[in-house]
Design a protein around this ligand. Structure first.
Ligand code: ADP
Ligand code: MN
Length: 280
């Protein structure tokens, strides 16, 4: 009986995935059959039990909200059929970790997805806050969802930092760049206000909230007393330090961060920042 129930549950889950998923109807034309099959496989394994809506449609990948056995997840799906994968070439073809891949478009995408997952692990080990990868298979990466109840955390670009918050957030980003460089031996290579999420630390319990409201109702944005915290995402293109363009990519990352924080009155020169990043 128990066994029966289990099978029934499982079947219901799959049915839910197939039937209720507007995902399939809407995105039918975006994803090829192998990608849909792969999503079913991941669904059967419990990594994805319910596919939610689209979070983002990028140049090369789509990110979806989903639920899985481990809770809320983000599903990043690299498109096999369309996009500009030529733009991936300079990052992956010279990466010594991926010298043996065949250079068909599909192989580059699969290697890219795997590289993103590996880079996330390396970054996490280096003490950088990044989403935890859960599983990667071919062109699909399932990772920890950053947000709550289906609402993703905002990107840095869309988050209004208070004057007193900008400096600590800036410093944390530079510190993460340092850890990425010195400990993980990686350069992000696409770092900007678009690939940094902000955790505003508003996820307190109801009890805490009411306690806090009593004492600091004036401060609506941040009642925890904690400063917002940056989270680094989109590390697919991150390269190792021995990549021939690593230096150039690092300079570009530094300029992006410098430019963004200028409007908060923060202006360190590039050389100082570079020295900080290389500081062991
Ligand atoms: P792209 O290569 O298309 O830029 P990203 O990895 O930057 O892909 O993801 C695109 C967007 O999806 C991000 O800007 C962010 O808003 C959202 N996103 C990505 N990963 C997550 C995640 N783990 N949790 C919540 N939102 C995410
Ligand atoms: Mn991005």
């Amino acid at each position: 009986d128990k066994q029966m129930k289990k099978i029934e549950d499982k079947r219901d889950k799959n049915r839910t995935f197939k039937k209720d998923s507007s995902f399939l109807k809407v995105e039918e034309n975006v994803f090829d059959v192998p990608t849909l099959k792969l999503l079913y496989t991941l669904s059967n394994k419990g990594y994805i039990t319910e596919m939610g809506g689209s979070i983002s449609t990028g140049k090369e990948a789509n990110v979806f909200y989903a639920k899985g056995n481990e809770g809320e997840v983000a599903v990043k799906i690299y498109r096999l059929a369309s996009g500009t994968f030529k733009s991936m070439d300079p990052y992956i073809l010279k990466d010594p970790r991926f010298t043996n891949i065949r250079h068909s478009r599909k192989d580059i995408v699969f290697a890219w997805t795997k590289k993103e997952s590996q880079n996330l692990i390396r970054a996490k080990k280096a003490g950088i806050r990044v989403p935890r990868p859960i599983v990667n298979d071919r062109n699909v990466l399932v990772m920890e969802f950053l947000g709550k109840d289906g609402n993703p955390l905002p990107i840095l670009k869309d988050f209004a930092l208070d004057d007193n918050e900008a400096l600590p957030v800036y410093r944390q980003i530079i510190e993460y760049m340092r850890r990425l460089y010195v400990r993980a031996h990686l350069v992000h290579a696409d770092l900007s206000e678009y690939n940094i999420l902000i955790d505003p630390h508003q996820d307190e319990t109801e009890e805490n909230k009411s306690e806090n409201e009593k004492f600091s109702a004036k401060d609506e944005k941040n009642t925890t007393g904690l400063i917002p915290e940056p989270i680094i995402i989109d590390v697919g293109q991150a390269v190792t330090l021995d990549h021939p363009n690593a230096r150039e990519f690092l300079s570009r990352d530094i300029e992006n961060i410098r430019r963004f924080f200028k409007k908060y009155g923060i202006s360190e020169d590039s050389k100082t920042i570079l020295e900080k990043i290389k500081q062991k």
